[in-house]
Design a protein around this ligand. Structure first.
Ligand code: UD1
Length: 374
């Protein structure tokens, strides 16, 4: 199949994709000669995980919705592929643009590559070197079949060259997620408003240490009840000094309930929240003394905001958040987590600096380079 237009099918599926696609769609639609269409796979579908982000980030309504929903990795990936193939056949795009590392990313990249359609990967070259993470498999495979790879940090190029990717295909453009953060900061919802739903809001608002923001959703942290219980115990200890706002991912909520651990959060030192909108989350992060997280996006966002972050994983695919930013990797060991949190409370934590090209203009660079390339 030969591409005859500069139509670009941009793919989103899951929550972390939405912050990335918002500035890309805006930039592509402003660039003469590019015709950007949005395909939503439907990997995330709850209002809280999906619709609210489209509204807050002014993402255009998807031109095509595949409505795949949740399933095992194999079934979800296969279903996306099955439903995306006829779309590619009908639309005949010049390129398919995918972002990040979720199942929708690899599924659509694979369909396009097999049809000889150019694949563009935004956020290429990040590596945790941990193949137990489904996202790591998605990253490695997507990069192997991509024709144009846009990176967020310089280290990514080293990873790609090691894996045999032709460096002339790689362009360092910066971080589109930070484009979104910078443009939304003036509209961030005050944490006072969000924390008003805490069992006792004064615990959060009048605490001399401030409050912490907690997110947890990685299978490695939440799927094993023993690990989950250990984490909730140490987080309970930390909450004695630093009350914790905890927006709970649906997967984590289900695991906590299944393991009979919901009473661990039954304390005025926790503010358990449903998944938050982007503007609410931004306000909560900006106002926090400390973030505790296993999310990739939160590691980057706290670096951009200058808020100390403890990553509850053994590794990160975003090393610049550690070498230049505010991030510290502490794993899932309670002792290490407790110690690191105490250090932040005592010393204020890492100050960090903003990494190169995390300047709010990454999508503009992508649009410029794509227009020349196609
Ligand atoms: C996915 C991504 C992960 C990303 C995360 C952010 C993959 C492999 N993983 O993980 O990289 O960090 O999104 O959220 O693509 N669910 C709902 N409502 C929804 C979506 C999911 O209730 O709108 C529940 C379902 O029970 C589902 C579970 O959450 O089975 C997990 O969803 P899934 O999309 O499989 O993976 P995430 O854990 O969200």
């Amino acid at each position: 199949m030969t591409a005859t237009s500069s139509k670009i099918l941009c793919v989103v599926g899951a929550r972390p994709n939405f912050m990335k696609i918002a500035p890309i769609m805006a930039a592509l639609r402003q660039t003469p000669g590019l015709d950007a269409r949005l395909v939503h796979t439907g990997q995330h579908y709850d209002v809280e995980m999906n619709q609210r982000f489209f509204e807050q980030l002014s993402i255009p309504n998807p031109d095509i919705d595949l409505e795949v929903g949740s399933a095992s990795h194999a079934v979800q990936t296969a279903e996306i592929m099955k439903r995306f193939e006829p779309v590619v056949d009908a639309e005949q795009p010049a390129a398919v643009l995918v972002v990040g590392d979720v199942n929708s990313t690899i599924a659509c990249a694979l369909v396009a590559a097999k049809k000889g359609i150019k694949v563009v990967h935004v956020e290429a070259g990040l590596r945790s070197f941990d193949r137990a993470m489904p996202e790591e498999i998605n990253r490695v495979l997507t990069d192997q079949i991509s024709d144009l790879l846009f990176t967020t940090e310089r280290e990514a190029l080293t990873n790609l060259i090691r894996e045999g990717v032709d460096p002339t295909r790689v362009q360092f453009v910066g971080n589109v997620m930070i484009d979104t953060l910078r443009s939304c900061l003036p509209r961030a919802v005050s944490p006072k408003q969000t924390l008003a739903t805490a069992p006792d809001p004064a615990v959060f608002l009048n605490n001399p240490n401030g409050y912490g923001i907690l997110t947890l959703h990685r299978p490695s942290n939440v799927d094993d009840p023993i690990i989950l219980e250990r984490l909730l115990n140490v987080l309970g200890e930390i909450s004695a000094d630093l009350p914790l706002a905890f927006p709970i991912h649906p997967r984590t909520r289900a695991m906590i309930d299944k393991a009979g651990l919901s009473t661990r959060l039954d304390s005025p030192r926790f503010c358990c929240l449903p998944p938050q909108g982007y503007l609410e989350m931004l306000g909560l992060m900006q106002g926090a003394r400390l973030a505790l997280t296993d999310s990739g996006g939160v590691q980057e966002e706290t670096t951009a905001l200058g808020v100390p972050c403890l990553t509850l994983r053994e590794n990160t695919e975003r090393p610049v958040t550690v070498t230049e930013g505010t991030n510290t990797i502490v794993g899932a060991d309670p002792k290490r987590i407790r110690q690191a949190a105490q250090e932040v409370l005592a010393s204020g934590g890492k100050a960090g600096r903003i990494p190169e090209y995390w300047d709010g203009r990454a999508a503009e660079r992508i649009a410029g380079k794509l227009a020349k390339w196609l």
